[in-house]
Ligand binder design. Structure first.
Ligand SMILES: NC(=O)c1ccc[n+]([C@@H]2O[C@H](COP(=O)([O-])OP(=O)(O)OC[C@H]3O[C@@H](n4cnc5c(N)ncnc54)[C@H](O)[C@@H]3O)[C@@H](O)[C@H]2O)c1
Length: 353
């Protein structure tokens, strides 16, 4: 069904001031009649100024007062309960989480709280206030040290190599159990390195921009022998919207109980980029868009370093299931996506002095 043909729904988006959440809310405000409630605790894991800027973008996109922002924490079970009781959400998209692989070594508790306790609270609310569909963020990191590429949903994901990945895999298991027990249609989406304007400052492409601007030296991990499946944020949002519209069917199993209406899909570009090629494109686009000056001495500002604990050298998605079930495959070419990021970056941080 086309987005514009849908009837009005009430949607909860958690992590609404986050990177993906904000772009999802904007899309819902611009292309549907949905009433959107956005929840976010606006934590300071990275610059909260960017979260405020995303909320400003949403206020601008909200032409007819369909967006409500609630500052609050997923761990606040009473708050969630109040929101679900008040709004009777049809759709819940859970994007709030403590993200990042490296930070899970430094601050593991944040992952247990937001990703496990927080997600449990969301599931409990979906149990007591039935929803038509719960869509939630998983991650490509569940594939751990998987050496077989592309990563397919059928691959074994029992060996996470970071606490972050363990929490995301746990989310899939928890959703499966709740789906089976309480007939909650649930879809987990394994995102593969999402990038774009207003992106996350803790991610490599953003850090590269920041470091190069101040004349620092960027570290390229695994001596540059890394391949990543970079997915542009608009492509991710399109994928989420298509998935939201098509919940899995609840059926009855041989035991007379509902079978779990729970699915998991990869959402990635499906066409991995060599990290060094990615950096080369980023550098060129940065000069072209005025983020860095002409003639910048890139070679003097980069160093190849070994792998970090918890990282994996190659990640890329088998997107055939997404394509088969939703007729969708992310398309945005890397150069276009990086250019959009560079334009935003220059606007936000200003031209180089
Ligand atoms: N961006 C990527 O490349 C990527 C890749 C794989 C998975 N993911 C997952 O996708 C989701 C969205 O990622 P993102 O890149 O937009 O991250 P993000 O950090 O920009 O957004 C998450 C938002 O959730 C909020 N939040 C965190 N804990 C919260 C809590 N306990 N209560 C309320 N709000 C809370 C944060 O303030 C933040 O604004 C996350 O679940 C992340 O793990 C992202």
């Amino acid at each position: 069904m086309k987005l514009e043909q849908r009837k009005k729904r009430t949607v909860l988006v958690t992590g609404a001031a986050g990177f993906i959440g904000a772009f999802l809310c904007r899309r819902l405000l611009e292309t549907t009649d949905d009433i959107v409630v956005g929840l976010d605790n606006l934590n300071n894991y990275y610059d909260p100024g960017i979260k405020e800027a995303r909320l400003a973008m949403l206020r601008e996109a909200d032409r007819d007062g369909r967006f409500t922002f609630v500052r609050g924490d997923l761990c606040d079970a009473a708050l969630l309960e109040r929101l679900f009781a008040e709004h009777e959400f049809e759709m819940v998209v859970n994007l709030a989480a403590q993200a990042g692989v490296r930070y899970s070594i430094e601050n593991p508790k944040a992952y247990i709280e937001s990703n496990l306790v927080g997600f449990f609270n969301v599931l409990e609310c979906c149990r007591h206030h039935p929803v038509k569909h719960l869509v939630y963020a998983s991650s490509s990191s569940v594939y751990g040290g998987n050496e077989k590429v592309p990563f397919s949903e059928a691959d074994n994901v029992d060996s996470p190599v970071s606490l972050y990945a363990a929490t995301k895999k746990s989310n899939e298991l928890m959703a499966n159990a709740y789906s089976k027990l309480y007939s909650i249609p649930a879809t987990g989406l394994r995102f593969f390195t999402v990038y774009g304007p207003m992106g996350r400052p803790d991610m490599a492409y953003f850090k590269f921009a920041k470091t190069l601007r101040v004349g620092g030296t960027i570290k390229i991990y695994n001596m540059g022998n890394c391949k990543r499946d970079f997915t542009y944020v608009d492509d991710i949002v399109e994928g989420i919207c298509r998935v939201m519209d098509n919940p899995p069917e609840v059926t009855t199993g041989a035991d007379g109980l509902p079978t779990p209406a729970a699915r998991v899909y990869n959402i990635g570009h499906g066409d991995p980029n060599d990290l060094l090629d990615f950096v080369a494109t980023l550098q060129r686009v940065f000069v072209e868009e005025g983020v860095l000056p002409e003639g910048y001495a890139f070679e003097a500002h980069r160093v190849l370093v070994p792998m970090q604990p918890g990282d994996v050298p190659v990640t890329y998605a088998d997107t055939s299931a997404l394509q088969r079930d939703f007729d969708y495959k992310p398309q945005t070419p890397l150069e276009d996506g990086l250019r959009a990021f560079a334009k935003w970056y220059r606007g936000y941080y200003g031209a180089i002095a």
